[in-house]
Design a protein around this ligand. Structure first.
Ligand SMILES: [Mn+2]
Length: 384
């Protein structure tokens, strides 16, 4: 098998040139990919969670599994942490820091939770009326405070990134004025951002519906971008691949965000219908390839290094083994990235400027149909 792979690698070098192929291997090996601690547990739907008994159930188990992922793949250098699922009290965060160190991984983004009612305090069942946009002062203030606490935890764990996914939204026009919703959101976000120091950032995720079924407070990339621009350079847009309406051209969104300097990172997954959180690239590898093409083009045009983006996986593992499915997703991300790096960008641009769409598409197809597995095997060996 190794000999066959060496042969295939030689053929790729002949086809694309040795130096390009070597540089693709290096860039794939160096691509940092963050995995979520919650992703190592069993996912569920509103109908239930089907545990096999083998998946991680505790924070200790999840971080241990993240260590396994790191050892197997050389990736998962950072692990996204969820507060309070992975701990909240001082002693719990101290223990979490030790677990991360023992597993050979670092804390990645710190994710707040504004959707689970707490047993004590103002964040009770009234959270169904919103968190940062809740019309009740006490609930809204406690929601802001939770984010400020998350920033403290972020610093204690040596991370610099706070991720905000806001579940706020309404179910009917009489529930809350859309003007009040926008006002409350902006005031709350400003209060959170004021606490961020130089070198720290907040990534603002958007989603067009659910749990609110009528008017979500941060419903699309335009709203997220306008909020981030209002908040200043510490705030950037987080693009979750599953958070768009069907037929949205996601790579177009990517290009516009990169071009505007607004993109902070990704939540990678795949979907057929809504926010399905399926394995990245498992249904639509073509879309993932086109997204990577636009990231690579953005970098070539001087809009910043792909590796400075927060490249995170965010999935729910309902059927397959979580660790296995995360490796599948990582492989699909690396495959799409490698293929995008193989695109002859100069020839493509020449064809585009000459109005030769057939030639342009043929250039993209050549890269997309290339079997990059021999290249990924070398990159994996280099990363581990
Ligand atoms: Mn997400």
């Amino acid at each position: 098998m190794d000999r066959l792979q060496d042969k295939a690698f030689g053929l790729l070098s002949e086809q694309f040139g040795g130096s390009l192929v070597e540089s693709v291997v290096e860039q794939v090996a160096q691509l940092p990919v963050e995995v979520p601690s919650w992703g190592f547990g069993r996912g569920g739907t509103r109908f239930g969670t089907f545990r096999t008994g083998k998946e991680a159930k505790t924070v200790t188990g999840r971080i241990k599994a993240a260590g396994q992922f790191r050892a197997l793949t050389g990736k998962g250098q950072t692990v996204a942490i969820h507060i309070p699922w992975d701990g909240e009290k001082k002693t719990e965060i101290g223990a979490l820091a030790k677990l991360l160190k023992k597993a050979g991984v670092k804390a990645g983004s710190i994710n707040c939770n504004l959707f689970t009612p707490r047993k004590r305090g103002p964040l009770d069942a009234r959270l169904r009326f919103g968190s940062l946009t809740n019309p009740v002062d006490a609930v809204r203030k406690a929601s802001v405070q939770h984010n400020l606490d998350c920033i403290d935890i972020m610093r204690r764990l040596g991370s610099d990134t706070l991720v905000l996914w806001l579940p706020d939204g309404t179910n009917s026009p009489g529930q809350l004025s859309l003007y009040d919703q926008a006002d409350l959101l902006e005031t709350s976000l400003r209060a959170i951002c004021r606490k961020l120091r130089k070198g720290e950032k907040i990534l603002v995720e958007y989603k067009y519906f659910e749990p609110g079924m009528y008017a979500t407070a941060i419903q699309d990339y335009g709203r997220s971008r306008s909020l981030c621009r209002m908040l200043g350079p510490k705030a950037k847009v987080l693009l979750d691949l599953g958070h768009h309406a069907p037929t949205t051209n996601v790579e177009h969104v990517v290009a516009l965000l990169v071009r505007g300097g607004d993109l902070g990172g990704f939540h990678f997954n795949d979907h057929a219908y809504a926010d399905d959180d399926l394995a990245t690239g498992s249904l639509n590898p073509g879309q993932l390839f086109r997204i990577m093409c636009n990231l690579v083009e953005g970098e070539r045009r001087g809009f910043g290094d792909v590796r400075t983006l927060a490249l995170m996986i965010d999935q729910s593992h309902n059927i397959k083994d979580p660790l296995t499915e995360l490796v599948e997703s990582l492989t699909n991300i690396e495959t799409a990235y490698a293929k995008a790096l193989l695109v002859d960008g100069a020839a493509l641009r020449k064809a585009q400027l000459a109005c030769d769409a057939s030639r342009g598409d043929a250039i993209l197809r050549d890269a997309f149909l290339t079997d990059v597995r021999p290249l990924l095997a070398k990159a994996r060996a280099m990363a581990v």
